[in-house]
Design a protein around this ligand. Structure first.
Ligand code: AMP
Ligand code: MN
Ligand code: MN
Ligand code: MN
Length: 301
């Protein structure tokens, strides 16, 4: 990376490449999300709804009005060796037929899973959760665990969304149902077909051994993956260096994203994360973003 770039541009641009709207499990509609990003001085934002690109058009319109750059994104759920892993696609063409077919199939599986989660909660004596979760889901095709979690909070069964995952919906909790998502290489291929860059989301969240993490990264890269999240709302600051080093070792670019869902629920707000550690190749260099970002915010004299 040219030294000039690091010294002059990084402090001037604030890039957040991972967040959610009401088209998946975020609480803000795309236009409000963009307005919030603008008020928080975000220069470029990627909207990355789960398995869904329906919010991008409204987000692009709002981004033009607010003068921020909107990267078309998505976050695809995949299953790798029995683990759920999330693959973000950045700079995708939402009209790509192969990408859309893959996302549609993923959404169908999600709806089936929601029924099974409701059955599991029924067996625990928690009734009406399918309809209850639907109430919190603006997009009926994307009913996810977050919507069930909000229902459990509304019913007074748990005090907050985090506790709902800890007691009911998280891995190996009684309301958790195993689900087979897309294959890793398929999701990467859909993203590449749509002209995007595939990014491993929040790698620090997966309960993988060191050997498994290395195998995941090698397989991801060999399937055509291009980047991984190094700075993430799900990572502790000590993990930024660890994943920065892994990205470098596997020749992957580095991404940064808050994974913002809600002002009430999210630990990190839009654009609230620090810069990438030195030595990382920023993924946004792949989108020729730099000129546009610096045009929006002129360098000080
Ligand atoms: P799903 O794709 O339906 O399995 O839901 C996954 C989503 O649940 C993630 O994208 C997060 O928004 C949310 N989530 C997962 N684990 C937790 C947790 N421990 N606390 C709060 N939200 C969580
Ligand atoms: Mn989510
Ligand atoms: Mn995720
Ligand atoms: Mn996410």
């Amino acid at each position: 990376m040219p030294a000039l770039y690091r010294r002059t541009l990084i402090p001037l641009i604030n890039i957040d490449l991972h967040c959610h709207s009401t088209f998946s499990d975020g609480v803000l509609p795309p236009d409000q999300l963009i307005a919030r990003a603008r008020s928080r001085e975000v220069t470029a934002l990627a909207l990355t709804d789960h398995d869904e690109t329906g919010g991008l058009m409204a987000a692009q319109t709002a981004a033009r009005e607010h003068g921020i750059i909107l990267i078309n994104g998505v976050e695809i759920s995949v299953t790798w060796r029995g683990h759920t892993v999330h693959i973000v696609g950045l700079g995708i063409d939402p009209a790509d037929p192969q990408l859309q077919a893959g996302l549609a199939a993923t959404r169908t599986g999600r709806t089936r899973r929601a029924r099974r989660i409701a059955t599991a909660l029924d067996e625990l004596g928690i009734r009406g959760s399918y309809e209850g979760a639907q109430q919190f889901a603006d997009n009926p095709e994307i009913v996810g665990r977050t919507h069930f979690a909000r229902f459990l909070v509304q019913q007074g069964i748990v005090k907050d969304v985090h506790t709902a995952f800890k007691r009911y919906l998280g891995n190996s909790q009684p309301g958790h149902v195993p689900h087979q998502w897309a294959a890793l290489s398929d999701a990467v291929q859909w993203i590449n077909s749509g002209g995007g860059v595939a990014v491993i989301a929040h790698p620090g969240r997966y309960p993988l051994s060191t050997a498994e993490m290395n195998e995941l990264l090698a397989e991801f890269r060999d399937s055509g993956g291009g980047a991984m999240e190094v700075v993430s709302g799900s990572h502790r600051p000590q993990q930024y260096m660890v994943f920065g080093e892994l990205a470098r070792r596997y020749g992957l670019a580095a991404s940064s994203g808050s994974d913002f869902h809600s002002p009430q629920e999210s630990r990190h707000d839009l654009g609230g994360l620090p810069a990438l550690p030195a030595g990382c190749m920023p993924v946004w260099e792949k989108f020729a973003l730099i000129e546009r970002a610096s045009a929006l915010r002129p360098l000080p004299a």
